[in-house]
Design a protein around this ligand. Structure first.
Ligand code: MG
Length: 203
């Protein structure tokens, strides 16, 4: 399986990072070694002093697809959850300045914890999903998919023009405003439509 992540998909987050508004979806990949499941703890790696959480809705691809038309894209996933696109912000800043790839800042081991998947049939419309992250019991990020620059269907269609999507692939759909650092001892809890789907400790 592979993990594909969309960057810069919520306007307020683009502004907080002083990034430009993209004229098409921006994506990058994380290797399968980035995946963390079952609420296992995240260990801060020693190569960064500024690991940030980015709370994102994650789609799980359920059928093989290539050149998927946007109007059929909804058939390619039936489960979602919330995940954290962990980012070594200090490394990413250097990579951005030099125009280098982001993998070093985003593709490292355990940089993609994902929560328990929820069936689409149990959720409201895909363009009106709310999600949030609590850090040590306090809400630090809140998003709603009505604010997405590029919808889930648009993202799936766009990626599949370049990369074949396979069963089990995961798509991180972008973070809303409010990203910030984690430290040892922190507890992260992520919610989708009010249901806690992910909870883990920073070690
Ligand atoms: Mg992200």
């Amino acid at each position: 399986m592979k993990i594909i992540c969309i960057g810069q998909n919520y306007l307020a987050h683009i502004k907080e990072l002083n990034s430009a508004i993209p004229d098409e979806p921006v994506f990058f990949l994380k290797p399968d070694t980035a995946l963390v499941t079952d609420n296992k703890p995240f260990y801060i790696p020693d190569f960064s002093n500024d690991i940030h959480y980015e709370t994102e809705i994650v789609l799980k691809i359920n059928r093989l697809g290539k050149h998927i038309d946007e109007k059929f894209a909804h058939k390619y996933y039936d489960e979602l959850t919330v995940g954290i696109d962990f980012t070594a912000r200090d490394i990413q800043k250097v990579q951005k300045t030099k125009g280098l790839p982001w993998e070093k800042a985003k593709g490292f081991d355990n940089a993609a914890p994902v929560g328990k998947f929820v069936s689409k049939s149990k959720l409201p419309a895909m363009n009106n999903l709310s999600f949030h992250l609590d850090l040590n019991g306090k809400t630090v990020q809140k998003g709603n998919t009505s604010d997405l620059l590029y919808s889930f269907d648009k993202i799936i269609s766009f990626i599949s023009q370049f990369i074949t999507l396979k069963i089990g692939d995961l798509i991180f759909t972008g973070t809303p405003v409010g990203v910030g650092p984690v430290k040892i001892g922190d507890k992260l809890e992520a919610y989708l439509e009010g249901e806690k789907v992910l909870a883990f400790d920073i070690k």
